[in-house]
Design a protein around this ligand. Sequence first.
Ligand code: IPM
Ligand code: MN
Length: 369
Amino acid sequence: MTHKLLLLPGDGIGPEVMAEAEKTLRALKEIGIASFETERDLVGGCAYDAHKVAITEDAMRRAEEADAVLFGAVGGPKWDKVGYDVRPEAGLLRLRKDLGLFANIRPAICYPALADASSLKREVVEGLDIVILRELTGGVYFGEPKEIVTLENGDKRAVDTQVYTTPEIERIARVAFELARKRRNKVTSSDKRNVMKSGVLWTNTVNALHQAEYADVKLEHQLADALGMQLVRWPKQFDVIVTDNLFGDMLSDVAAMLTGSLGMLPSASLGAEDKKSKKRKALYEPVHGSAPDIAGKGLANPIAMIGSLAMCLRYSFGLGEAADALEKAVANVLASGLRTKDIAAPGANAIGTTGMGDAVVTELRRTLK
Ligand code: IPM
Ligand code: MN
């Protein structure tokens, strides 16, 4: 069986880390795990430079047709002044919305070898294994109206709209409960019900679904501000955290630093299961951005991208064992002491992007052979 992948490397360090994912794909093919057919296209600033849009209709069609999309990163100072509708991020947001990728899974795992790379104390983060499940196609990211208008007196007024419906909350909560059942059976739901109506509906809907279908899962609620505090105080209290689009964006960056570096966090964005084919539309991307400051220097950490590929093997291609092997290879390489600059101790030796990719692939071949 051949798996069809669309590669969208994007801007900044995107192409550099994507090259390491491709290296990994070639190795998996050579070892005989599976065969992959890859296409590539532009997204973000590079798409704007070539076509004056953040993603073309043609690229959207290819994304719809692929079994999965691998995404690098978008954006950079070069495009700071382009129109709002064609800014690099618009390409990513359109992919999420049009493919219906409502469930964004962001695992935060702290490898023991990296506990000292975190800015938190070793005992706080060592062995951490939590998932932030972020609602990805609703909330204030897409709510209408979304505008800046000029008032009669010449002042300006900006509006973003936070909006959620019960089905939107229910389907993401369902993913949270299902995920938790396969893990440590605990869900923490987060919103701001003390000030937001959408938070009240969020809490009530999660509670109702819990009572009706998932009473065996331990459920608790934490307000989003308090959850941010608890994440840096004692993150190991969590298993699956489910929250809305905006809080999930912020909290997943916080969670990333618990693992040592933003360069470590992979993510999967999944759509609803198609009743007939049982397939889900899916996009896999590292949580880090385009990091323009280090782009083109070969310094970027490819582990979040490689980890995103592992999630793709697991969730889209049914290659759970290969995914486990790839994640184990990353853990072994880290345990051996190899580090990119972002996770190295100050002044310690560091390897570059390709060096890290090579090390992971060598270790993968050793374990899978
Ligand atoms: C993320 C990013 C995006 C977001 C940006 C690039 C639009 O920060 O995936 O977390 O805000 O969702
Ligand atoms: Mn973000």
